[in-house]
Design a binder for this molecule. Structure first.
Ligand code: DOR
Ligand code: ZN
Length: 435
């Protein structure tokens, strides 16, 4: 992020502030000054002048959204996405901070590459927090230097795209995690059980004649890792894109036993099921795959009851030549930054009656806690001036062709949604405004 050193202030007036950390759910004005939250007060009480004013009447004002799981594809795959295009899509989706995955080319397994991602020349329009690779080249064998990655600005480590499969490697990773207070993000998939699979195993995979991944392939790894995490006091395990009821059971057990276990769920997993994989449409192919209706029900319950810590998009852009091919040959992954809020409000608030405050928590304070983003995920005085303003009632239709992302591989093209981002503010400056 480029930071301007000039003094600047922005007053957001007449909005309805939802800040779960501050326990505020009421009409409030907010003054942002020089990159920080300077004042919060009931409407018309702030007396200080401001360079710029934003009228948020009828809108929700929330801490800036944080996405724990985004593939920005740089270095090396800028034909799919760049840090500039991916963060432009993030801003349009209301995200003021994104954590980017290390499965780039080369892999982000050194402090030099972590530093490279964070350089202003990359043209990021929102905050980018890199996640380093957990093992060298993400090959799963030799751990990287966690401390060096942490010093360079990585907020966690992962081999995402692949699991840390070897038990000894995972045990060593969790031991180090406890020593330096650093989260290990696990892509929970026992790849010995999922070779050549392209969707979830169930009636649909049988009908389509596609080899299916079982729930057990996810749950086995989560189960093992939760047990390992309990062996090292202070070890931090974060389960990426959790998708099955069985894996939730393991996470709940860990939380009950006071292990530092957290998890995230994607919008596509709470909005869709494997039966949506019709006609071999590769925009419905991702890993983990869309699961059964009962898995989805379990995710909805866990999002509501506090078991799930964050909504994360797993924004995974791919080019047409990687997606417009036979289902089994297509790349795994879907884009997600611009549809996350609309899906959350439409599905979780509209249909499940989840309070907006809980949705805001899953997009702000929840993810901020998972990777310790201090002074973010809340608008308490003195916090970073990252703000998302949205209209919870606005009906709109998502047009993938108009996406800011370089890639358009989404299952939600043409979807009617309720809830739309109106403005995204990073460090006190408006970086996105809906037209
Ligand atoms: O669907 C996915 N896409 N799952 C992953 O784990 C990796 C990701 C990617 O990098 O495209
Ligand atoms: Zn993954």
């Amino acid at each position: 992020m480029k930071q301007s050193s000039q003094s600047h202030s922005l007053l957001i007036r007449n909005g309805h502030l939802i800040d779960p950390v501050a326990r505020v759910d009421a009409l409030m004005d907010i003054l942002l000054r020089d990159g920080q939250v300077s004042e919060i007060a009931p409407p018309n009480k702030i007396r200080s002048g401001a360079d710029e004013k934003f009228d948020a009447k009828g809108l929700i004002v929330a801490p800036g959204f944080i996405d724990l799981h985004v593939h920005l594809r740089e270095p090396g795959q800028n034909y799919k996405e760049t840090i500039a295009s991916g963060t432009a899509a993030a801003a349009a989706g209301g995200f003021t901070s994104v954590c980017c995955m290390p499965n780039t080319m080369p892999v982000l397994d050194s402090p030099e590459w972590v530093t490279w991602v964070r350089q202003p020349q990359r043209g990021a329009v929102v905050n980018v927090f890199p996640v380093g690779s957990a093992t060298q080249a993400s090959k799963g064998a030799v751990l990287t230097d966690f401390r060096a990655l942490q010093r360079a600005g990585a907020v966690a480590v992962t081999d995402d795209g692949k699991p840390i499969l070897n038990e000894t490697t995972m045990r060593d990773a969790l031991r180090s995690s406890a020593e330096i207070n650093f989260p290990i993000v696990q892509h929970a998939e026992d790849t010995r059980l999922t070779q050549n699979c392209s969707m979830h195993e169930g009636p649909t995979s049988l009908r389509l004649g596609l080899r299916g991944m079982t729930d057990a392939a996810e749950a086995a790894i989560v189960d093992r890792d939760v047990q390992l995490a309990q062996q090292f006091s202070g070890a931090r395990l974060h389960v990426a894109h959790l998708s099955t009821a069985e894996a939730l059971t393991a996470v709940r057990r860990g939380k009950r036993n006071r292990a530092r276990v957290t998890c995230e769920v994607t919008p596509h997993h709470f909005a869709l099921t494997d039966s949506d994989v019709r006609d071999y449409d590769t925009n419905f192919k991702m890993n983990p795959p869309l699961r059964s209706a009962s898995d989805r029900e379990a995710l909805l319950a866990a999002l509501g009851d506090g078991t799930v810590d964050a909504i994360a998009t797993d924004h995974a852009p791919h080019a047409p030549h990687e997606k417009v091919v036979e289902f089994e040959r297509a790349a795994f992954g879907v884009t997600g930054l611009e549809t996350a809020l609309g899906l959350a409000i439409t599905v979780l608030h509209g249909r499940q009656k989840m309070p907006l405050a809980r949705i805001v928590e899953l997009l702000t304070a929840g993810p901020a806690r998972v990777v310790d983003l201090r002074g973010r995920g809340t608008l308490l005085r003195g916090s970073h001036a990252d703000v998302t303003i949205f209209d919870p009632k606005k009906r709109w239709t998502f047009d993938a062709a108009k996406s800011r992302s370089k890639s358009h591989n989404t299952p939600f093209d043409g979807w009617q949604m309720t809830g739309k981002v109106v403005a995204t503010i990073v460090a006190g400056r408006i970086v996105y405004r809906s037209s």
